[in-house]
Design a protein around this ligand. Structure first.
Ligand code: NAP
Length: 318
């Protein structure tokens, strides 16, 4: 248990990210009160069953009243409408933040609604899974992961330091950068890879010469890892692409050019070019493991399914 960093925190949206934040606040004692609000009655009731907060509200504006820290954990396309709803109930001096995967658009949507006297510090934890909803959250999600803060100009450094301390208490490493730089970096490390995964899984599913059952049966050969990414939340990712349009299109143009070069190398049998690229990319994988951002264990650390001969169907039971 740490000293509470905030008296009251309001969490608006309680899916994977919101519930992981809530579990951290509860289990590490980071706030006196946690007010939760979400759009649907079902999700709010589930959050209460999971004991994610100390109070539960259908109206986001009721949750943010007297809160010292307000975090929106909702699809980026909903940021403007929800900020409009809560703006007049915000406490002067409160820190208002979010976790959206795009920063420029979120700032454009939120900033015009926010009253003077609140500290607006957009944020993005680079941590997630393909799961969604309040049951998906877990304590270790942010452990050793980066959280990026993109404060707007003239933000009080003391408020930035408080939000930094909050994310560090959740196990994150924190970096501050401009929203434009964030959106460009994330386009290449996250958004374009997701688009590639959505595309390759879609293409495989559409192929007439390969049946659906073969796609599933032989999926271990590389395709399976794409299907995990392509199972990510459709609403969240629709919004990411619509709201980080320019950076994604710029990175996709670079990607297409490089893909054409690879295509050419294959067509002309240029094995040296292929080998040189694959050697470079292998080194990048090694540096990601060395930086502690993934495991070097074979098969991404996946355990083979456990065989229990005593409980196999048709086997004699002990
Ligand atoms: P999630 O599990 O799908 O939860 C979404 C939450 O937002 C739910 O509480 C949902 O409410 C609410 N919501 C959905 N549509 C809404 C709308 N139109 N207006 C108001 N509330 C709405 O999503 P998540 O994975 O936690 O993602 C939340 C944010 O975190 C997104 O901006 C995403 O870009 C960012 N992020 C995600 C990841 C990741 O890997 N998942 C990683 C880093 C950042 P109901 O259930 O009540 O409808």
């Amino acid at each position: 248990m740490t000293e509470p960093l905030f008296g009251k925190v309001a969490l608006i949206g309680i899916g994977l990210i919101g519930s992981s934040i809530a579990i951290n606040i509860r289990d590490r004692g980071l706030a006196g009160e946690v007010a939760i609000s979400t759009r649907s009655r079902e999700t709010l009731e589930r959050a209460e069953e999971l004991r994610l907060g100390t109070s539960y509200h259908r109206e986001a504006s009721d949750a943010v009243r007297d809160a010292d820290l307000v975090i929106l954990s909702i699809p980026v396309g909903a940021s403007g409408a929800v900020t409009r709803e809560i703006a007049s109930a915000l406490k002067p001096g409160a820190i208002v933040s979010d976790v959206g995967s795009v920063k420029g658009s979120v700032i454009e949507q939120m900033l015009p609604h926010l009253p003077a006297g609140v500290h607006f510090i957009p944020a993005h934890p680079l941590a997630g899974t393909e799961q969604s909803g309040p049951d998906a959250g877990f304590l270790e999600l942010f452990e050793n992961r980066w959280s990026i803060l993109t404060p707007v100009s003239d933000t009080d450094p003391e408020a930035v330091a408080r939000l930094t301390a909050f994310w560090e208490a959740l196990g994150s490493k924190v970096e501050v950068m401009t929203p434009e730089h964030h959106d460009l970096v994330l386009a290449i490390v996250s958004h374009v890879p997701h688009l590639i995964a959505y595309n390759i899984v879609g293409t495989a599913a559409d192929l007439e010469t390969v049946t659906q059952s073969e796609v599933v049966k032989f999926s271990a050969s590389g395709f399976r890892d794409f299907t995990r990414i392509a199972a990510s939340d459709p609403t969240m990712w629709r919004d990411v692409f619509l709201h980080n349009r320019d950076a994604v299109l710029e990175m996709l143009a670079r990607f297409s050019e490089d893909l054409a070069t690879l295509q050419r190398a294959i067509r002309w049998g240029d094995g040296d070019a292929l080998h040189a690229l694959f050697t470079r990319t292998r080194a990048i994988r090694r540096s990601i493991v060395e930086a502690g951002q993934d495991t070097a264990a074979p098969n991404f650390g996946r355990q083979p399914p456990r065989k229990d001969p005593w409980n196999e169907p048709g086997e004699p039971k002990a």
